[in-house]
Design a protein around this ligand. Sequence first.
Ligand code: AMP
Ligand code: GLY
Length: 426
Amino acid sequence: MQSKNILILGSGAREHAFAWKLKQSPKVKNIFVAPGNAGTDSIAQNINISINNFDSVKEVVIKNNIDLVLVGPEEPIVNGIVDYFEVDEILKNIPIIAPNKQGAKLEGSKSFAKNFMLKYNIPTAKYHVVTEQNIDEGISFLSSFAPPYVLKADGLAAGKGVLIINSKDDAINSLRDILEGKFGSSGKKVVIEQFLQGIEMSCFILTDSTNYLLLPEAKDYKRIGEGDTGLNTGGMGAVSPVPFVDDKLIKKINDLIIHRTIYGLKAEKINYKGFVFIGLMINDGEPYVIEYNVRMGDPETEVVLPRINNDFFDLLEATWNGTLNEQKINISEKTFVTIITASKGYPEHYEKGKIISGLNKVSESIVFHSGTLLKDGNVITNGGRVLAVSSQGNNIQNAVRNSLNTLQNIHFDGIYYRKDIGFEFE
Ligand code: AMP
Ligand code: GLY
């Protein structure tokens, strides 16, 4: 029965979780992860290539008889890896799970995403798109409402392109700075948005362009410090399910956001086979879209995938075949929490190369590797975010306690993690 060879692109805990989940499928024979990390190395075969070099991805696909490619991070997607596959005589028949360049604009261009939401009547913050040519319009838009102001560089800016500013003068200065290149070419256009109040959460869908499955929702904790303080990070932990999410809210998210998003993609003739990650602000029970991502989230994947009981390969194959309507999602009632361990100094300067000990003592939790590397028989730190420790429980506190217990045994020089993931739900 085991026959399929899978290639996963990426090197984080999200990709380790993908490999972990696919390994459970009786249909999957070999899993390759490019470039991967020490965690993926222990359950799959790492291949050290640059995933933004599509010619090297092609070589790997051919050499290893790959039957399906799953793309983790946004960069190769936004750079057009799917379009590269589409026009290649050999690759065009190989399933690849990700949207093409046009679909990737939902994440790669904030102005495209906002215009899409406006066109398809998807609730989101009021906005105005500004370039050097219409900076005056930007300034009068800023004058039309009260602070705080949200400024976003249009293109990908590695999570750093969003500024939330409390005074109009500062906002005008920052607008000029971004247009003049503060975030490089990603800031040639700026989206100015009204600030939305509320509680953030994320939902995830897997779509074949016509049908979709709603995956478990999650909430991530982006700030470095306990109590949601300090600098923004890639994410310091996540929980799923999100306690305040009920059927009524899910129905609103489906009706007002997901249906309209799928309809809009169809109407724009965008062939989208992959994940849509929708960042939401819930205000007074009403959902608004903060952003789209065209991939799964990290650390959200590390709590979402453990709650999905389906064979993950079946879901991905059906996505490619356009038969997701024949799949029924089966979600565990259990709560999952993940706690990210980071290197001292993250998200600013941090050191790499610290030996990680205690990984062999883990039993209660699943440890997904993020920035790790195998060197001379040791697992060493190789990034700002190092490990994602995921645990289940009957509720959030219980699951957090399980991850914290596991973390008592894991050590590396300068290890840092938040002990308060899920704190607002206590
Ligand atoms: P983004 O990269 O668009 O997800 O923005 C990063 C973070 O900025 C989000 O997770 C929110 O916390 C915050 N944010 C973005 N847009 C808004 C908005 N319109 N109102 C309030 N907060 C926002
Ligand atoms: N956790 C947020 C992201 O993956 O973008």
